[in-house]
Design a protein around this ligand. Structure first.
Ligand SMILES: [Fe+2]
Ligand SMILES: [Fe+2]
Ligand SMILES: [Fe+2]
Length: 404
């Protein structure tokens, strides 16, 4: 059984890897928003909605380049405006997130009675967190950081709801527990938030969690302009292989989940490297090679996703040991991982990359046959896939969906 909020909380941490300024940002804004809401104690605040909006409030940054991300922290008006608009409009495309799209759309909008109270809270806490984390701090810096924060917020007083401003400085500001969690954000666990801020337990199985899993697959796709629909293509091919192998429903769902999430760690790779047209330098390629480990790290936080983690983390391993990050080989690479690996290779052959054009169906079939012949990838799986050569043609569809 999966707690859907816990899954959202864990996956949203991948957004905090997107730029050094973002370190723990969604995490601390989520904690701070819930903490402030508790102090405000108002009937019109829904903490579950606030949680959901706060963890994803900056999802719009996946569409931005690094210098525009910096702009959000340096308070450049155009960067503040663009990422809240991109994020709000993006979330509105997903049924599961329609209820927070408007909140995210206005999380940098200046106070007026017309602005949703949840947006007002996130707006205030976001600026508090941006100021607090200007520099690295230790325990001894807290008095200085508190003073600096007070001046910073006072100068912007007219941007915020006066009721929020007052309650923050009357209660939260002098709460040592607040400063403890701000100083050691790794202690902000989902369990802590749930127990202390009355978050609903919303339990489901992996089928019920699929809209969320699919959403994060799509978030990753959008980080680079070359990977639009990539995770959907990987999912399509993996589904065909699972069906041909006669895998049980539960195992199939694990493979599909890993297919959507395999590149989660790419959010940690700067978009300038992902989209680079020239050959990557050795140092850049080393960075790139970290992404499966980061994927594994994020997924490892989710209880019940142990197999999914392995399948996703091993999607660049080859049977002959020449893959990465572990260089494991043969029997050490599970069937689920082999499926995701082949699906990822086939999907990427069908797509343009910054350094090459998409291969034709014939070229792809040839390249995959060669990889199977040299025992890099599982030749049995490849022959299953070749029973359906039309898969390759369907993958050329714009959205990567196949109808077999
Ligand atoms: Fe923001
Ligand atoms: Fe933010
Ligand atoms: Fe990858």
């Amino acid at each position: 059984m999966i707690d859907i909020n816990e899954l959202l909380f864990s996956f949203s941490k991948s957004l905090d890897l997107i730029h050094k300024n973002f370190e723990n940002h969604s995490l601390t804004v989520t904690y701070g928003s819930l903490r402030l809401s508790k102090a405000l104690n108002r009937q019109d605040i829904d903490d579950n909605l606030l949680f959901k909006a706060a963890v994803l409030h900056d999802v719009g940054v996946v569409f931005l380049r690094s210098n525009n991300i910096v702009g959000i922290f340096e308070e450049r008006a155009e960067d503040l405006a663009s990422h809240e608009k991109l994020g709000g409009e993006y979330l509105a495309n997903f049924d599961y997130f329609k209820d927070i799209a408007g909140i995210v759309r206005h999380h940098h909008t200046n106070f007026s009675e017309n602005v949703d109270i949840h947006s007002q809270i996130i707006h205030f806490v976001d600026r508090v967190c941006v100021n607090i984390y200007k520099d690295r701090m230790t325990y001894g810096d807290i008095p200085f950081v508190k003073k600096r924060l007070k001046i910073f917020i006072e100068n912007k007083k007219k941007l915020f709801n006066p009721a929020i401003y007052e309650v923050f400085f009357d209660t939260v500001y002098d709460d040592s527990e607040f400063w403890f969690y701000i100083l050691f954000p790794n202690n902000i666990s989902y369990d802590y938030l749930r127990k202390n801020f009355g978050l609903k337990l919303t339990v489901t199985d992996i089928y019920g969690a699929m809209p969320l899993i699919q959403f994060f697959g799509d978030v990753i796709n959008n980080h680079s302009k070359f990977t639009r629909y990539h995770s959907e293509r990987v999912r399509s091919i993996a589904s065909v292989l699972c069906r041909e192998l006669g895998l049980a429903r539960e195992e199939t769902m694990k493979v599909i989940t890993a297919s959507f999430l395999h590149d989660l760690g790419k959010l940690a790779v700067p978009v300038e490297i992902l989209d680079k047209e020239q050959k990557l330098t050795e140092a850049e390629f080393d960075l790139m090679k970290l992404h499966p480990l980061v994927t594994g790290h994020i997924i490892s936080e989710v209880k019940g996703f142990e197999d999914v983690k392995v399948y996703a983390e091993n999607h660049h391993e080859y049977l002959d040991g020449s893959g990465y990050p572990f260089g494991i080989k043969g029997e050490d690479i599970s069937l689920g991982s082999r499926i995701v690996t082949i699906a990822d290779i086939v999907a990427s052959f069908m797509e343009n990359r910054p350094y090459r054009k998409a291969f034709t169906v014939e070229e792809s079939v040839k390249l995959i046959s060669e990889m199977a012949a040299s025992r890099k990838i599982d030749s049995d799986l490849v022959s299953y896939l070749f029973k359906y050569k039309e898969v390759f043609h369907e993958l050329k569809n714009v959205d990567g969906r196949i109808k077999l």
